[in-house]
Design a protein around this ligand. Structure first.
Ligand SMILES: Cc1cc2nc3c(=O)[nH]c(=O)nc-3n(C[C@H](O)[C@H](O)[C@H](O)COP(=O)(O)O)c2cc1C
Length: 460
């Protein structure tokens, strides 16, 4: 087995997926407003050779449960939500190799502004930035960002396709390599003959001009994607370099991975140019028994209301309409059918009540949870990789900072001793750490490379 890619999965707020756990005495969620906290976190991750930290983000909030945001506010359920992008330069300054995935939506931003933001981050991190492309799911985001109602699911993806195309044109096809001599003798900072307007005129965006930024080390940030619908998979197969999955079983994950790689081949891409990362929560301790005790203790902190606030938001379904102790089945929703079907598909023999769902998602959201000492954790992670064809994991937590630190101190040495995790980095950039030294730029089979080649063919 090749080495696993390992990212920490987090959120720039007091609490992410786990409900009520921020009240645990060792949880450090309340420190999210402190740069010192995030810098300490970044150094800890790099010392343990994590590939990176991946920030989820949402420009909406969970106000579906009881038709109100109150339960989400009370439990800090993904609200407050600070902007993760502003953390990156400080975390990058304290590290050399750690990568940074930042979630940013195509639904309410403009590609011209987003391309500038990520070029800036790519410069400041020396090529360690990734963009997690999401299409958004919260009505609250649409209401507050001016569009009133959300576009339909598939229309959001159609918009995303054009959004990415514009951003790729700006990153890859506007400023030629060598366009910035910064030559004081000739008085030329930028050679104007080598900077080109992209001339984009599409259904959603008109961007006739040039990119605002000079080329950064990776040019295009590593493109991440997480949506699992057929439209989401098609977009990932066409443009993503890393795909984030949250399957609840190995069999289900294998199917998703096989489908994605087959679709990447259909799109003319080398399927090994997509790194698949499964979301996983790991609760570890020196022994299996201690890890189990830790997990049991965590469970006592799970908040039913906090879990339901999240689940109602993710599924677009007000769970307060259902009795907490009556099995929940055959429910249809327009928003997040995947979320609703998740539980019946995971274990068809079990009848899930809302309370069972809260217990399950209370620690680590919908991700599978591994509880055990370092050997058990390494065995389990290895079996997920071997049985599904994934490339690695996005590691979520129960208790903020503590669980990732325990993973770093206990599980990482075991994985490294087995040759399953890196002990040094391949290159300075995120793309090289994912795909090998010397590959800082998009590979030739990526559509961004085709846009670049088309431009160069026109001008040469
Ligand atoms: C593992 C995982 C993580 C996600 N993280 C985010 C996120 O941080 N912010 C967000 O707005 N959407 C997030 N999403 C949602 C999607 O990227 C996507 O917009 C949504 O799932 C709807 O697309 P789909 O129907 O294709 O799944 C995530 C989805 C998955 C599966």
């Amino acid at each position: 087995m090749t080495q696993m890619r390992i990212f920490a999965f987090d959120f720039n707020g007091p609490a992410h997926l786990s409900a009520g756990l921020w009240r645990h005495p060792e949880d450090r969620g309340t420190e999210y407003t402190s740069l010192k906290y995030w810098v300490e976190y970044a150094k800890m991750l790099e010392d343990a050779c994590f590939d990176g930290i991946f920030f989820a983000d949402n420009v909406g909030y969970h106000d579906v449960y009881k038709g109100s945001v109150d339960a989400a506010l009370k439990d800090g359920a993904q609200i407050p939500a600070n902007d993760p992008a502003y953390l990156i330069p400080a975390m990058a300054a304290a590290t050399k190799h750690l990568g940074f995935g930042v979630t940013s939506t195509t639904a309410y931003d403009h590609p011209y502004a987003l391309a500038r933001k990520f070029s800036t981050l790519d410069h400041l991190t020396n090529g360690r930035i990734g963009w997690n492309v999401v299409t958004s799911y919260s009505d609250s985001a649409a209401k507050n960002l001016g569009t009133g109602v959300q576009k339909a699911h598939d229309d959001r993806y159609e918009l995303a396709e054009e959004f990415i195309e514009v951003a790729l044109k700006l990153w890859e096809a506007s400023w030629e390599d060598g366009s910035v001599p910064a030559d004081a003798a000739s008085g030329t900072y930028t050679d104007p003959t080598r900077v080109h307007p992209i001339g984009h005129q599409g259904k959603h965006f008109t961007v006739p001009g040039i990119h605002l930024c000079e080329p950064s080390p990776q040019r295009t940030p590593v493109i991440f994607q997480a949506g699992g619908s057929s439209k989401g998979v098609a977009l990932a197969a066409a443009t993503a370099e890393a795909v984030f999955m949250n399957a609840t079983s190995k069999a289900g994950l294998k199917k998703q991975v096989d489908t994605l790689r087959a679709k990447a081949v259909e799109a003319g891409r080398d399927p090994s140019h997509i790194a698949v990362l499964q979301m996983i929560t790991v609760i570890t301790a020196p022994t299996d028994a201690e890890a189990q005790a830790k997990y049991e203790e965590y469970k006592s902190y799970v908040s039913y209301e906090g879990a339901m606030a999240r689940y109602s938001g993710w599924a677009g379904l007000d769970m307060s309409a259902f009795d907490p102790d009556v099995p929940f089945k055959n429910v249809k929703t327009n928003a997040g059918q995947t979320m609703v079907d998740l539980f019946s598909k995971m274990d068809p023999t079990k009848e899930w009540t809302p309370r069972d769902i809260a217990d399950y998602i209370g620690i680590g959201g919908t991700s599978p949870v591994i509880v055990g000492g370092p050997q058990t954790v390494a065995d389990e992670l290895a079996s997920w990789v071997n049985e599904t064809g994934i490339d690695g994991f996005n590691v979520a937590h129960g208790v903020k900072f503590r669980d990732i630190k325990d993973f770093a101190e206990l599980a990482v040495p075991e994985l490294q001793a087995r040759g399953l995790m890196r002990t040094s980095y391949d290159g300075p950039t995120l793309r090289e750490n994912l795909f090998g030294a010397g590959q800082a730029r998009l590979p030739q089979d990526h559509p961004g490379a085709a846009l670049r080649d088309a431009l160069y063919a026109k001008i040469k």
